[in-house]
Design a protein around this ligand. Structure first.
Ligand SMILES: *[C@@H]1O[C@H](CO)[C@@H](O)[C@H](O)[C@H]1NC(C)=O
Ligand SMILES: *[C@@H]1O[C@H](CO)[C@@H](O)[C@H](O)[C@H]1NC(C)=O
Ligand SMILES: *[C@@H]1O[C@H](CO)[C@@H](O)[C@H](O)[C@H]1NC(C)=O
Ligand SMILES: *[C@@H]1O[C@H](CO)[C@@H](O)[C@H](O)[C@H]1NC(C)=O
Ligand SMILES: *[C@@H]1O[C@H](CO)[C@@H](O)[C@H](O)[C@H]1NC(C)=O
Ligand SMILES: *[C@@H]1O[C@H](CO)[C@@H](O)[C@H](O)[C@H]1NC(C)=O
Ligand SMILES: *[C@@H]1O[C@H](CO)[C@@H](O)[C@H](O)[C@H]1NC(C)=O
Ligand SMILES: *[C@@H]1O[C@H](CO)[C@@H](O)[C@H](O)[C@H]1NC(C)=O
Ligand SMILES: *[C@@H]1O[C@H](CO)[C@@H](O)[C@H](O)[C@H]1NC(C)=O
Length: 270
C-alpha cells in the first residue's frame, strides 16, 4: 500500500491591530497627558520595537527596543518628558505619557509596533490638542474668548485670528475690520465685539459653524514690536468613539493544497 502525504502549508494573513483614539486627546498647557495605544488582542510586546513619532518620520518622540527605552534618536524637545508604562507592556499597552505639555505639542502622533526593521509594522494615529477647548454644535454660533490682561484699549492695535496656523479668520487693523486677507470660507461669518475692544476684549464670534471649523484658533495682538497671542481649540459636533486601525502584513502564499483546519483565532504576529 502506498503512503500518500498531503503536504500541508498554512496560508494566512498575519494581522496586527493597534488601538488608539479616534477622538482628539486634550491636554492643558503645562499639564501632562496619556496618548493611548494598545494591541488587540492582549500580547506581550516587550520584545518588540515601539516607536512614537509626531507629524512625520523625522520627529522621534520615544523609542523602545531591545527591552528598553532608547533615547538616541529622540528629539531634544521631548527629552525627559516622555515615558511608556513599562510594567504594562506585557499586556500590550504602549500608551505614552507626555509631561510639561506645551502648545507646540499639538499635532498627530503615530504609535507603531514592529518586530524587525525590515518587516512590516502596524500603527495608529492619535491627535493631541493642547489649549483651552470650546465646543460648538453644527450650524450654531460660538464665541472664541480672548482678552488682554490688564484690560487695555486695543482699538489702535492689530488683532488677528488664525486657524491652524495658516487660515486667516479675521483681521482688525487701523481701527476697522479688514477682510482683504480673510479666508473665503469665513466670509460673513466672523465678528469682533467692537464695543468691548476698548476694554481689551478680542473675542471672536463665529456663526453658521460647520464640522470643518474644528481646529486650533490663535488670537494675536500686535502693536509695533509688542506682540502676544493665545490659542483655543474648537470642536464642532459629535464624534464617534474609538476606532482601530488595522494593517495587513505580508501574505504567505500557499504552495500546496491546504488540508488543515486552521485555528484562526485572533493573533498578533509581526
Ligand atoms: C517639567 O516641569 C517641572 C515643573 O515646572 C520642572 O521642574 C521640570 O524640570 C520640567 N521637566 C522637563 C523635562 O522639562
Ligand atoms: C494603558 O495604561 C495607561 C496608563 O496606566 C492607562 O491609562 C490605560 O487605560 C491603559 N490602557 C489599556 C487599554 O489598558
Ligand atoms: C514652540 O515652537 C516655536 C518654533 O518651533 C519656538 O520658537 C517656541 O519657543 C516653542 N514654544 C514652546 C513653549 O516650546
Ligand atoms: C448663515 O445661516 C443662515 C440661516 O441658515 C443664512 O440665512 C445665512 O445666509 C448664513 N450666513 C452665512 C454667512 O453663511
Ligand atoms: C467679551 O465679549 C463677549 C461678548 O459680549 C462676552 O461674551 C465675553 O464674556 C467678553 N469677555 C470678557 C473677558 O470680557
Ligand atoms: C468640509 O471640507 C471638505 C473638504 O475640505 C469639503 O469637501 C466639504 O464640503 C466641507 N464641508 C462644509 C460643510 O463646509
Ligand atoms: C508704535 O507705532 C506708532 C505708529 O504706528 C507710533 O506712533 C508709536 O510711537 C510706536 N510706539 C512705539 C513704542 O514704538
Ligand atoms: C505667539 O507668541 C509667542 C511669544 O509670546 C511667539 O514666540 C510665537 O511665535 C507666537 N506664535 C504665533 C503663531 O504667532
Ligand atoms: C485555538 O487557539 C486557542 C487560543 O490560542 C487555543 O486555546 C485552542 O486550543 C486552539 N484550538 C485548536 C483546535 O488548536
Amino acid at each position: 500500500k502506498m503512503f500518500s502525504f498531503n503536504f500541508v502549508f498554512i496560508s494566512f494573513h498575519v494581522t496586527c491591530k493597534l488601538i488608539g483614539s479616534s477622538q482628539p486627546v486634550h491636554a492643558t498647557d503645562g499639564g501632562e497627558v496619556i496618548l493611548p495605544c494598545w494591541v488587540d488582542p492582549t500580547t506581550d510586546v516587550t520584545d518588540r520595537t515601539v516607536d512614537w513619532k509626531k507629524g512625520g518620520a523625522d520627529n522621534m518622540v520615544h523609542t523602545y527596543r531591545n527591552g528598553m527605552d532608547d533615547e538616541s534618536a529622540q528629539e531634544n524637545r521631548f527629552k525627559g518628558r516622555t515615558a511608556l508604562f513599562l510594567e504594562k507592556m506585557t499586556t500590550g499597552n504602549l500608551s505614552l505619557k507626555l509631561s510639561n505639555v506645551t502648545m507646540n505639542d499639538s499635532g498627530t502622533y503615530t504609535c507603531s509596533l514592529r518586530r524587525k526593521a525590515e518587516s512590516g509594522s502596524c500603527s495608529t494615529d492619535i491627535v493631541l490638542h493642547v489649549g483651552e477647548h470650546i465646543h460648538a454644535t453644527d450650524g450654531g454660533e460660538v464665541i472664541l474668548p480672548c482678552w488682554v490682561d490688564p484690560r487695555t484699549d486695543v482699538r489702535d492695535r492689530t488683532v488677528e485670528w488664525k486657524k491652524d496656523k495658516v487660515d486667516i479668520v479675521h483681521v482688525y487693523r487701523h481701527g476697522a475690520d479688514d477682510d482683504d486677507l480673510q479666508k473665503e470660507r469665513f466670509r460673513g461669518r466672523t465678528s469682533l465685539f467692537h464695543d468691548e475692544m476698548a476694554t481689551g476684549n478680542l473675542s471672536l464670534k463665529l456663526s453658521n459653524v460647520t464640522m470643518n471649523d474644528s481646529g486650533t484658533y490663535r488670537c494675536s495682538l500686535r502693536r509695533n514690536a509688542t506682540f502676544c497671542n493665545t490659542s483655543i481649540v474648537l470642536h464642532v459636533g459629535e464624534h464617534s468613539h474609538t476606532t482601530s486601525l488595522r494593517c495587513l502584513m505580508p501574505t504567505f502564499n500557499s504552495l500546496s493544497k491546504i488540508n488543515l483546519c486552521l485555528n484562526l483565532s485572533c493573533f498578533l504576529n509581526i
